[in-house]
Design a protein around this ligand. Structure first.
Ligand SMILES: O=C(O)c1ccc[n+]([C@@H]2O[C@H](COP(=O)([O-])O)[C@@H](O)[C@H]2O)c1
Ligand SMILES: Cc1cc2nc[nH]c2cc1C
Length: 353
């Protein structure tokens, strides 16, 4: 499906199914709304699928891997060869997210959407749009056509996962330099100055942080991205990894399944998707709030509340995968608990003051 067709398919949440799910929670023998955000998440998922019966048994984490030309500005602690090495390790089950996904029973799907070098390995989706992006501090990171191709790749991968039975998608990425592009997108979309939305990424020194802020300032000055045109902004100061993930958010929404955000980069992609298609935010669930400076502003802008505040900033989808066992526990209560009627007790009435 094209990006435009996908956007047209995305529907608002089903209010009736949400009411029914809320009634189910309120009937369960426990204090009202005492599982807080866990209850809200299940109600939202019922609204996505249009059914009070919620199952999340098959799940995948889609990891978009790409290089970012802005690394040439000295904005990262490590070289961009790390992107390809970690991407290849994904195919062998040898990264942090692979270890966590085993616990959470999620399939890891690595996608080469724009790694500079050659990546090989079992299960890798080969969908290289270009071998990395151009340096956004000197001109546009990519063309509009490349951004659309990457978004459509994400849509295709998400819809293929749903077709093969996935009922929830987690988002992840691997791309040295992608906190710089994420900060640039956050600066443009949130209307905040670069220094407010820029952090240390994968462990940057003080000197590196100043260079990073300067590079973002230059990228915005040189390219003049239009915040009212999300594709213009994405193509000029974004990346192929972020564009691919924006596509995963759109594809998941079109297929009516929940899509879990991970950290700052995944959040920047979610914000891009929501600017392309506001109803897509209805299909997003936050997992954690990354330690990276602007992550909480992105969540606020999207109207999402995270389950975890754990000072994580690893990326790869680690935070998104960490939310899966929490959702499993919520579902165990939602589906397995006795109701007030079952235990012959009157429904819980909160005390009024
Ligand atoms: O997810 C996050 O919030 C997050 C925050 C900082 C760093 N990362 C990971 O680190 C890499 C980007 O860091 P950097 O400094 O190279 O821009 C990229 O591969 C991400 O997966 C991820
Ligand atoms: C080793 C390494 C692994 C990563 N995973 C996500 N970002 C990363 C950055 C580095 C440097």
């Amino acid at each position: 499906m094209t990006m435009e067709e996908t956007i047209k398919c995305i529907r608002p949440l089903d209010e009736g199914a949400m009411e029914a799910a809320k009634d189910r929670w309120d009937a369960i023998a426990k204090p009202l709304h005492s599982l807080g955000l866990l209850e809200d998440a299940i109600v939202k998922i019922a609204g996505m699928t249009g059914s009070v019966r919620v199952t999340l048994d098959k799940r995948a984490v889609i990891v978009m891997c790409a290089d970012n030309g802005v690394v040439a500005e000295g904005v990262t602690q490590t070289g961009n060869e790390v992107t390809g090495i970690v991407a290849e390790n994904m195919t062998r089950g040898e990264t942090s997210v692979c270890q966590m996904a085993r616990v959470a029973r999620a399939q890891v799907i690595p996608v080469d959407i724009g790694v500079a070098g050659t990546v090989e390995g079992p299960g890798l989706i080969r969908a290289k749009v270009s071998p990395g992006t151009a340096n956004m501090a000197r001109g546009p990171a990519m063309t509009r056509a490349q951004a659309v191709q990457a978004v459509e790749t994400g849509i295709r991968v998400a819809c293929d996962c749903v077709r093969s039975g996935c009922r929830i998608l987690a988002t992840g990425e691997m791309g040295i330099g992608n906190t710089t592009t994420s900060s640039a997108l956050a600066s443009v979309f949130l209307g905040r100055p670069p220094e407010e939305v820029t952090g240390r990424g994968a462990g940057l020194s003080d000197a590196g942080l100043s260079k990073k802020v300067a590079a973002i300032r230059r990228a915005i000055a040189v390219n003049r991205p239009d915040p009212a045109d999300p594709l213009d902004t994405l193509s000029k100061v974004g990346g192929l990894d972020i564009a691919g993930l924006a596509g995963v958010f759109l594809g998941g929404a079109a297929c009516r399944v929940p899509v879990l955000l991970d950290g700052f980069i995944s959040g920047a992609a979610a914000l891009t998707a929501a600017r392309l298609c506001p109803p897509a935010a209805g299909y997003m669930l936050a997992s954690h709030v990354s330690k990276e400076a602007a992550a909480h502003w992105i969540l606020e802008e999207l109207g999402l509340s995270p389950f975890l505040t754990a000072q994580m900033c690893l990326g790869e989808g680690t935070g998104a995968v960490a939310a899966l066992p929490i959702l499993d526990m919520a579902l165990a209560v939602y589906g397995g608990m006795s109701t007030f009627a079952d235990i012959e007790m009157e429904a819980y009435e909160p005390l009024s003051d």
